[in-house]
Ligand binder design. Sequence first.
Ligand SMILES: [Zn+2]
Length: 533
Amino acid sequence: MARPRVLSLALVVAAAGAVAAQTRPAFDLLVGGGTVVDGSGGPGVRADVGVRDGRIAAVGRLTGATAHAVIDASGLVVAPGFIDVHTHADDIADTPRAENFVRMGVTTVVAGNCGTSALDIGEELSRIKQVGVSVNFATLVGHNTVREAVLGRADRPPDAVELSKMKGLVWKAMADGAVGFSTGLQYVPGAYADIVEIISLARVAADVGGLYATHLRNEGTRIGEAVDEAIRVGAAAGCPVEISHLKIDSPSRWGQAGKVLAQIDAARTSGVDVEADEYAYTAGSSGLGIRFPDWALEGGRDQVRARLDDPATWARIQAEMKQTLAERGFDDLSFAVVASYSPDPSLDGLSMKQVAARIEGSPSLDAQLEAARAMMREGGASMVYHLMSDDDVARFMRHPEVAIASDASVLTSGEGMPHPRGYGNNARVLGLFVRERHVLTLEDAVRKMTSLPARHFKFADRGLVKPGYAADLTIFDPARVADTATYTAPHAYPVGIPFVIVNGVVVVSHGEHTGARPGQVLGISGEWTRHDR
Ligand SMILES: [Zn+2]
């Protein structure tokens, strides 16, 4: 577009008449002429949005109003900034521009998911405030982090003293500003915990208004039991449950999304507030270790190595891995692609079948398992796993309580071969799932990225374009918005999202990051901390 969309004060004043030049303009920023899709799910309306002091001051026809700056949003949708409640942006202070998030329209991230967070949340949040980041930030406190701090990687229940230490750590984290408690029950050491331990800890968070977010213990062959466990935690702890990255991860169970949703609906009817989030891809991403039996990963790296090196133990591990693959409907590990393997980055982007051919001289399943063993000996790898069906992804997406969230980390352009969701998730929903496939309406897609996650996480003044709400706005072209990141070339920003505004400050202008870092640390129930810069 040749015409500049951000106009200076002088131009606006000239247009509005010289009278206004003597007084403070009505708005710091005026977003004019766009279609406001306000995040409620209601139909879009032509309206201008006036922003003052970081808040939305007016929505409606504001013709002639003065403003320090104006964005011409004609032909564009003006939506609330996207709220990504499932991220691993824990190290945002090291990459404070968070460009992969903000360029896809995300203005708020929630970290601390899948059981892994900072241990000292107070220290983490003060560092973020001190550094200044481009998006709003909130965090959960992670079960694996807390358990490891008290029990190490031991495969046993805590004794009474250990449990009270863990509860103390969760309490401290909540007092320091965490918004809830998360588990990662497919990961060591979280996988070693029983439901009694999880309820005890979730209750500590629930007592001060926090929610329970869970990476389920199983997402395929035993997903029914795993969802039931999550529901029971919510019922016993008395808090909402957010099922993280809802998916069916086993071909032998594909087509069962409806069954899982029925289970969630039944729990909701019985009074347990079960919600979920999902990303818009048929591949997941996690560590290589998730393919190994939990018991094989107990203890430190030396103990893991000793098991891998002992022929009898390795034979047992291998047999269990083969059995699990067969139950889940996989012939081999060709669905597993290396995202980042620091000991040998030349493997990044290769499937385990290709890795086996390269380093073991054979693409057979046995060679793939040997390659996985060799990589685990070196500490494992970050992986992309192609394990979902399109139909299940779309079926989950249509459910009214399923929000859109990326599961991504703060990424650095060019580093490794990460899952493309970290660059494209929201744009992919708006382009592929709304415009091309008609899985969702535009209004519903925006709701699932804004007011729905805001409600799940109790961000009371975010997620709507409404006077009094924080001025987080994402302005996109509904005809053009699209993801461009792919599995083989993931470091690519989406197109069609020209402006992103965080707390009234323009962070993306004409599709480029402005360098602004107006993000705030968010807490439960609209308590919000304006940082001191
Ligand atoms: Zn997870």
